[in-house]
Ligand binder design. Structure first.
Ligand code: PMP
Length: 404
């Protein structure tokens, strides 16, 4: 079991007050908080070895390069990728998906089919719609049921030799559903297509094993797992990445440049044009170290308890409806109370120091499915407590009395 009291001391922000109340931070699915170990890593970089990487012979540049490449190896080992060069540093999940979508532009022809799950974040929908407009490829949707669970029988019907790529999140940000990605990967490979898994919501809770999953592409953002914003990763199997053209041209991604012709660098540099977020990449590695020092299984076990407790306590509130009732869920509770607008609830909770997210959570098709404008979403992390859930329930009851 984890020592939450001790862990909370690592997060300076958790000591602050908001509107005169102690902060209760339940917006972890949007971005997680940052422990002092990660903050110190960034400060240490700027104080002691700030320099551009890969190009310098001087000591600072070499130290920065070593730290950046060590972070790449930490990511490789955390997710059990076969090679460090299969990990591409990006600015985050959205950037990673756009790299693949842009590369696929050259691989698709009119009539090819792409399958998207009904549970996706806009960042795993819109780049593919843009791609379909450019190529004439067709986007088809794997539907979900009332519980917020994908209907795999429908996937079986949709898969064919026209399918080129299936994209699905590992965990839904709006509902918390954990998708059966191993099964989806197996079924998709059986028709010769590839799978891209959006792991933005899964990686703070579930340690995916890329090799045993046999996934083609897996993407995530560091800021979801105690790291900084503006950095993330794109994992691709070597063969999968090699067949994609570069995304951006510039420094770092070349082998040789003449005015007649440029040849490109190999992996991972082919996809890493320009000066990256160096301190962010190094801090991404530090965030994984931090999570691993607590233990991913310990984190998941504790968050499951928070989920069960939070669900039980919220269900006691008359008129409260939870959206997303999959058996396999992460600690995300999306809900509405009667016909009160989620924004009104969120604003009143904020007045009492409680941070929840309201709205469509960048997943409008899910909201359309339930015929609602949005939900209130409370998402828990391993540094949250049962007492904080109690505070939210008290505040929520007060908000409902005021609003009804
Ligand atoms: N996919 C999912 C499932 C997400 O939850 C998010 C962040 N809300 C994203 C993609 C986009 O991540 P980013 O904004 O870090 O690129």
């Amino acid at each position: 079991m984890i020592d939450v009291k001790k862990i909370r001391k690592d997060f300076p922000i958790l000591e602050r007050q908001v509107n005169g109340y102690p902060l209760v931070y339940f917006d972890n699915a949007a971005t997680s908080q940052t422990p002092i170990q990660v903050i110190d890593t960034i400060v240490d970089y700027y104080k002691n070895y700030n320099a551009n990487i890969h190009r310098g012979v001087h000591s600072l540049s070499q130290e920065a390069t070593d730290a950046y490449e060590a972070a790449r190896q930490k990511i490789q080992s955390h997710f059990n990728a076969a090679h460090p060069y299969e990990i591409i540093f990006t600015s985050g999940t959205t950037h990673s998906i756009n790299i693949i979508a842009s590369g696929y532009c050259e691989l698709l022809k009119a009539g090819d089919e792409l399958l998207v799950s009904a549970l996706e974040h806009h960042s795993n929908i819109v780049p593919w719609q843009m791609l379909c407009e450019r190529t004439g490829a067709i986007l088809k949707v794997i539907p979900m049921d009332e519980q917020g669970v994908l209907i795999l029988d429908e996937l079986d019907k949709l898969l064919s030799n026209k399918t080129k790529l299936v994209f699905v999140n590992h965990v839904s940000n709006a509902l918390g559903t954990v998708n059966p990605i191993a099964e989806i990967i197996e079924k998709t490979h059986a028709v010769g297509a590839e799978v891209l898994v959006d792991g933005a919501q899964a990686s703070p809770h579930i340690q995916a094993d890329f090799q045993s999953l046999n996934v083609d592409y897996y993407v995530t953002s560091a800021h979801k797992l105690c790291g900084p914003t503006g950095v993330g990763m794109l994992y691709g199997k070597q063969a999968a990445l090699e067949k994609l053209p570069p995304y951006q041209g510039g420094g770092e991604m070349i082998a040789e440049v003449t005015f007649e012709k440029t040849t490109y660098a190999g992996l991972p540099h082919k996809f890493e044009a320009g000066t990256p977020n160096i301190s962010g990449g190094i801090a991404f590695g530090a965030a994984l170290d931090y999570m691993n020092s607590i233990g991913m299984e310990n984190i998941a076990a504790y968050e499951e308890k928070l989920l069960v407790y939070g669900t039980k306590e919220l269900m006691k509130i008359p008129g409260l409806k939870i959206y997303g009732e999959a058996v396999h869920k992460t600690a995300v509770i999306s809900f509405n109370v009667g016909d009160i607008h989620p924004y009104d609830i969120g604003s009143i909770l904020d007045k009492m120091g409680i941070a929840v997210r309201t709205g469509h959570h960048c997943a409008q098709p899910i909201m359309d499915f339930y015929k609602i404008p949005g939900t209130v979403r409370a998402s828990f992390s391993f540094y949250n407590t049962f007492e904080e859930i109690d505070l939210m329930v008290v505040a929520l009851n007060r908000a409902i009395t005021m609003l009804q």
